[in-house]
Ligand binder design. Structure first.
Ligand SMILES: Cc1cc2nc3c(=O)[nH]c(=O)nc-3n(C[C@H](O)[C@H](O)[C@H](O)COP(=O)(O)O)c2cc1C
Length: 199
């Protein structure tokens, strides 16, 4: 036991080295709303360029971060905040913990291609998987909640010249197994995010 304490003193992050602490999101700048709306569109051709940790943190905060003590950038029916955001990158699939502002490693490995059926899926830096936590809730409300988050991502991407497309075409059963989800969870949509390929 003494050895374990000593190890923790020397390597305080050794036990969860795969979790990623995100930088504090920057909550100003970007395009004005009307310009971002004018630029919003779906993209399906991506470059392999990686997002910086700052951009990733800003994107996730814009998606569904906390903008008040217990409320967030997207509305949710009865403030249930029922949607979890999973992020698939080349390294693994992470759960976004908005309170801690960190990504928690859930599955190691590159599963980006397994989040969709279309050829471009997996070619961008990341694939977002939107998962409803309690499917006993009213399902229509869950899809509505998810739509608001996805639109936040669209607007952030438009503001930062990133490409994105939300996708309903998702192999949900296979992906739920990869994520180890229970019956209470339901995958709703996925969203590809990355830099656009400049021709
Ligand atoms: C609920 C929903 C599901 C969608 N599913 C897919 C999809 O599976 N694959 C895809 O390439 N685009 C998908 N899209 C993107 C639409 O095709 C796209 O928004 C539409 O063609 C309009 O283009 P725009 O986003 O550039 O305005 C989806 C959009 C929504 C809102």
């Amino acid at each position: 036991m003494k050895k374990l304490y000593l190890l923790l003193l020397v390597f305080p992050f050794a036990l969860n080295a795969e979790n990623i602490k995100l930088p504090t999101p920057v909550k100003n700048g970007g395009k004005p709303l009307m310009e971002a709306l004018n630029a919003r569109q779906s993209t399906r051709v991506f470059s392999e360029k990686e997002l910086s940790a700052n951009t990733l943190s800003n994107l996730l905060w814009a998606a569904f971060g906390y903008n008040r003590t217990d409320k967030r950038t997207a509305p949710s029916a009865m403030n249930k905040q029922s949607i979890d955001i999973y992020v698939a990158t080349k390294n693994g699939i992470y759960l976004y913990d908005a309170k801690q502002n960190e990504l928690q490693m859930k599955v190691k490995g590159d599963y980006r291609k397994q989040t969709g059926m279309q050829p471009f899926v997996g070619s961008a830096f990341m694939e977002i998987v939107y998962v409803a936590k309690n499917v006993s809730d009213n399902n229509e409300m869950l899809y509505a909640d998810c739509g608001f988050i996805a639109q936040n991502v669209y607007l952030y991407c438009a503001s930062e010249n990133l490409g994105t497309v939300v996708r309903g075409s998702v192999p949900k059963e296979k992906l739920a197994k990869i994520l180890g989800l229970s019956d209470k969870n339901r995958i709703l949509l996925c969203q590809t995010v990355g830099y656009k390929k400049i021709k």
